[in-house]
Design a protein around this ligand. Structure first.
Ligand SMILES: [Zn+2]
Length: 461
């Protein structure tokens, strides 16, 4: 089965160029001068369109248990929504419960995702219980293709790790070549601010942000970087939201340390103003770290240009407003933390191109190529090149669309971007050579997606 994508502009991280893309089975057979190939079983006309490598969302939480409930997208619904938005690979988080084994946790997540994903998927491992057994098991996880371990300086009593535990896990990461991913917020101090706010009767959603000030993200980021420097482990700061944290990352990178960071669309497009919306609507925007005052957005866009921020992931962790976010009425600390977004990352970042914040090739780099290299998937993923998986997006850069819960495909009853008008939209999506989205319809299949056994980070010296 040969598919020819004809007449488009291929956009790789190295820049755009006119080319036809020939797909044979599940892989790209050729990227050739326009018109060189004419013979194929199927022809997709990409005239006036971009042809991109499928997006890679390196931070999602499908059906994740949190605060007595579960995120509302399953692996089936969440990966279908991802495909609609031009994302053809997700890396989700297996979550170790206190006392559980890492390997049993990994098995559990394979059961949850296996046979259900519409696009390819992989896992990071959340380590919430550092002990001799789990440290030893990190080696087995690496051998099983899961070589990135997320730890938390936030959420005392749940996922929180002490500095000593972080140091031990980083030492193991250094030995195995694995990456430590860090949720960097000072959870001990935050818990005190939360308790004070609730005692004072400050219970509205906006206080979720006010009790998690950017100084405490900056402090934790700096501390994580120091622990990484002492142990020699590579470090990846997840969902960086503030200039305070960005400053710490920038200084570490300037010094030559193996420190990397991602931000998320919500920190680039939304702000604390959204959390202050009346009638509890601010709960829709509760995630951690929280949305910041809008002036932080300028710094984050700058960080994306300078590569101090090298990846944009979504931290997709949807909870319905009805019945889930509402658990926190009268007490913001009980609002499930997380926002939907897996479907809109590529389109939202394209607005950065439209506005002149980032270049066309940088758009592809931060949403596909760098996540592939960061998490050991390149060149199988993240590039339009012969031999790579035929994960391809035909993108119409001039079409317009309005985001809305009425039309999105995520299993959640609101959109964080309701009514936002965007320029550009995904037209056709292929996952390993199969058309999964075309002509405004979903042609994918639950279970088409395969688990990706990942190599180590390709940025390390
Ligand atoms: Zn997350």
């Amino acid at each position: 089965m040969r598919t020819l994508i004809r007449g488009g502009t291929v956009v790789n991280s190295g820049g755009p160029f006119p080319a036809d893309v020939l797909v044979d089975g599940e892989t790209i057979a050729a990227v050739a001068a326009p018109g060189l190939f004419t013979d194929a079983d199927t022809v997709i006309d990409a005239t006036g369109r971009y042809v991109l490598p499928g997006g890679i969302d390196a931070h999602t939480h499908m059906e994740m248990p949190f605060g007595g409930t579960s995120s509302s997208d399953t692996f089936a619904t969440g990966t279908a929504a991802a495909a609609w938005g031009g994302t053809t690979t997700i890396i989700d988080f297996a979550v170790q419960a206190k006392g559980a084994s890492l390997l049993a946790t990994l098995d559990r997540w394979h059961e949850k995702a296996g046979g259900h994903c519409a696009v390819d998927y992989s896992f990071h491992m959340i380590v919430s219980d550092v002990n001799d057994t789990s440290l030893k098991e990190m080696e087995s996880c690496v051998a099983a293709g899961v070589n990135s371990f997320k730890m938390f300086m936030a959420y005392p009593g749940v996922f929180y790790a002490t500095d000593g535990e972080i140091l031990r896990a980083m030492t193991k990461a250094r030995e195995t070549g694995a990456m430590v991913m860090m949720h960097a917020e000072n959870g001990i101090a935050i818990d005190q601010l939360v308790a004070q706010a609730l005692a004072d009767g400050r219970t509205d959603p906006v206080h979720h942000s006010l009790t998690r000030p950017p100084e405490l993200e900056g402090e934790a980021t700096h501390r994580a970087i120091a622990l990484a420097a002492v142990t020699g482990a590579p470090l990846y700061i997840v969902h960086l939201s503030s200039r305070h944290a960005l400053d710490a990352v920038t200084a570490a990178r300037d010094s030559g340390q193996n420190v990397f960071a991602e931000t998320c669309p919500q920190y680039l497009f939304l702000s604390i103003e959204d959390m202050a919306r009346p009638d509890f609507e601010g709960a829709k925007f509760v995630c951690s770290p929280p949305l910041r005052p809008a002036d932080h957005q300028l710094d984050l866009w700058r960080g994306l240009r300078t590569n101090d921020l090298s990846v944009v992931s979504t931290d997709h962790c949807p909870f319905c407003f009805a019945g889930q976010k509402e658990l926190g009425r009268g007490d913001f600390s009980r609002i499930p933390n997380g926002m939907p977004g897996v479907e809109h990352r590529m389109d939202l970042l394209h607005q950065g191109v439209v506005r002149g914040e980032i270049s066309l090739s940088r758009w592809v780099e931060i949403s596909a190529t760098t996540p592939a290299r960061m998490f050991g998937l390149y060149p199988r993923k993240g590039v339009v090149a012969p031999g790579s998986d035929a994960d391809l997006v035909v993108y119409d850069p001039t079409a317009t669309q309005v985001l809305s819960a009425a039309t999105h495909h995520m299993n959640v009853d609101y959109s964080a971007y309701e009514g936002m008008e965007l320029v550009g939209r995904v037209e056709t999506v292929l996952s390993r050579g199969s058309v999964v989205v075309a002509d405004g319809a979903f042609h994918g299949r639950e279970g088409h997606g395969r688990f990706l056994d990942r190599d180590l980070c390709q940025y390390l010296r």
